[in-house]
Design a protein around this ligand. Structure first.
Ligand code: NCD
Length: 319
């Protein structure tokens, strides 16, 4: 199995063969999740703690379900937004956690880099469930699995990521993953939300939807991250929808079989028209949620294997 990581903190450190391994293992969990008995013993006896310092519906429930289906003892720690302090508080949290002997720690945090810091202080595998504007690796992996299943491949595709790129960890992780797998990625949005430094990822930038969506295979819409904005990034939501919201007219510029994606939660009528989001012939948004559980099962399964191997090695047991 090609997956050598101790933690899943981002897409950046992953090699393309490790990405493929996660997706291949996830395929098996897609099948398992469609059966009446959805249980496996991959995490039996292990403890998974979910710490979400930022609100989440689908990511947290997806990780919880993934852990339970794999037989882990899963605990959700209630992290109040008001308990977020910097530096030492996080380290103190890590020490408290260590005393509980978790094996897998799933962390979402509003500050970029906070999850990496925590990973250095605990003795278990850490999964980043989204840190600030930095990375959201399991989202990019579930998007990749969704694309691979819909298009039959994950290379040489033209993919447009549209909207609020500046504040989006989903965009950053996807850019890195799709680039590593040799796809052509375009970023489409108003200049206030698509910083020019994103060119360093080797992508093209458009501020016009008709041009940006021309002949693409995949249209990935992003939520306008109002909670991360502190100024006038857009004139009004109405105007934003008019210029950048995905509707049938704009989608007509993409390939006729282009798929539409959105990580959720959606602002209908802001970045996406409700009828497009619900169009089962174009939208794979529900499939993304299904793939999310399978990808998180795969990621935790692979990390647990490495964790067990390293512990056995430390105990002098042959593996
Ligand atoms: C994303 C996130 O939290 O970064 N959502 C998610 O994980 N389902 C995207 C978003 O909040 O817009």
């Amino acid at each position: 199995m090609a997956f050598r990581q101790k933690h899943l903190l981002g897409i950046e450190p992953l090699h393309p063969d490790e990405i493929t391994t996660v997706l291949d293992v996830a395929e098996r969990y897609v099948d398992l999740n469609r059966q009446a008995d959805k249980h496996s013993d991959a995490l039996k006896g292990l403890t998974q703690i979910n710490m979400f310092f930022e609100n989440s519906t689908r990511t947290q429930s997806s990780f919880e379900l993934a852990g339970k289906r794999l037989g882990a003892d899963v605990m959700n720690m209630a992290m109040q937004a008001s308990s977020i302090k910097k530096g030492e508080t996080l380290i103190d949290t890590a020490l408290t956690l260590n005393a509980m002997h978790p094996d897998l720690l799933v962390v979402r945090h509003p500050h970029s880099g906070a999850v990496d810091l925590l990973a250095q202080k605990v003795n278990c595998a850490v999964l980043n469930a989204g840190d600030g504007k930095h990375e959201h690796p399991t989202q990019a992996l579930l998007d990749a699995l969704t694309i691979r299943r819909a298009k039959g491949r994950l290379h040489r595709l033209n993919i447009a990521i549209c909207g609020d790129i500046a504040h989006s960890r989903v965009a950053r992780s996807n850019l890195m993953l799709l680039g590593k797998m040799e796809n052509r990625v375009r970023l489409v949005g108003p200049p206030t939300l698509v910083p020019q430094q994103f060119r360093e990822f080797g992508c093209e930038i458009y501020d016009d939807m008709a041009e940006g969506l021309k002949d693409v295979d995949v249209v990935m819409m992003l939520r306008l991250q109002k909670e991360r904005m502190d100024g006038g990034f857009i004139p009004s939501e109405r105007e934003y929808f008019y210029r950048y919201g995905l509707d049938a007219d704009k989608l007509a510029h993409a390939k006729p079989d282009a798929i539409v994606m959105h990580p959720g939660p959606m602002n209908r009528g802001v970045e996406i028209d409700g009828t497009i989001a619900d169009d089962i012939n174009r939208s794979v948004i529900q499939e993304q949620v299904e793939m999310g559980v399978a990808v998180r099962m795969a990621a935790m399964d692979l990390l647990a294997r490495n964790l067990k191997a390293s512990r056995e090695e430390a105990n002098g047991v042959m593996v």
